[in-house]
Design a protein around this ligand. Sequence first.
Ligand code: GLV
Length: 308
Amino acid sequence: MALLFYSEVDDGEAWRRELMRRLPGLEVRLWPDLGDPKGIEAALVWRPPRGLLASLPALKAVFSLGAGVDDLLADPTLPDVPLCRMVDPSLVATMGDFLLAVALYYHREFDRYAELQRACRWQTRLPRPLAETRVGVMGLGEIGAPVAERLRDAGFTVRGWSRTRRSLAGVACFAGATERDAFLAEVDVLVCLLPLTPETRGVLDAELFARLPAGAALVHVGRGGHLVEEDLLDALDRGHLRGAWLDTVPFEPLDADHPFWRHPRIRITPHVAGYGLPETGAAFVADNLQRLRDGRPLRGLVDRARGY
Ligand code: GLV
């Protein structure tokens, strides 16, 4: 069986090595070395060019290198074969590391110290107990739930919101449209980890920001399509929001002349918060390939109608 690998931001050689170590008979072809497309039965991809997957006549399954599959579903030529998202402990771990660091950044006020440094002012701000910072996680799925637990275990006060009700020990959980505003009302650091679906497109808008307490920060690690850019700029410029850490933006890569780059209250990272690493992610993909061969149910199967 041959698998096509496509990603401009992952280490293809490492994925090939880790996959072949687990499935010695597997042939991993790194794009653009497709060879004979008729031999390719599976694809492991991140944001492939439109039409690439449709050009593989023997394709039996598509595996996403990311947990989010919105980009694949937006391809009108996506073949009608099973589509699986990445389910991998390293994706949860890297996202958890990232969010812990950013939540601490706001908790320990590194944003304010940066402003003070620009003004050459030596001014002490006394540290507060970690539990005084309320982190709100929107999206309590495969990544959001364990990440909320990790932030809780670190000592933050954690609240969570999801479309359907979830229950996590020590995390105040809210669900659905009717409980959204109650969730937002007591959040100092809002983390967006929602999947991008027609329902969630544009959720990070003026109306939502207005529900947050004055001085809250946004940490956006979902998808650019959740964010209404001008509403964010307005909330920051009016001082309602204290800052925003954007790991994802509506158009990636972010244009060099985009105002986000130079905004004093915005921090940008280039979509790096959570990564499925080959050392562990390959175990998940290899298991799914074996399942595909054996005709057993695949793991991480996407419900296309739901969008994740
Ligand atoms: C990253 O954005 C992912 O979908 O895993």
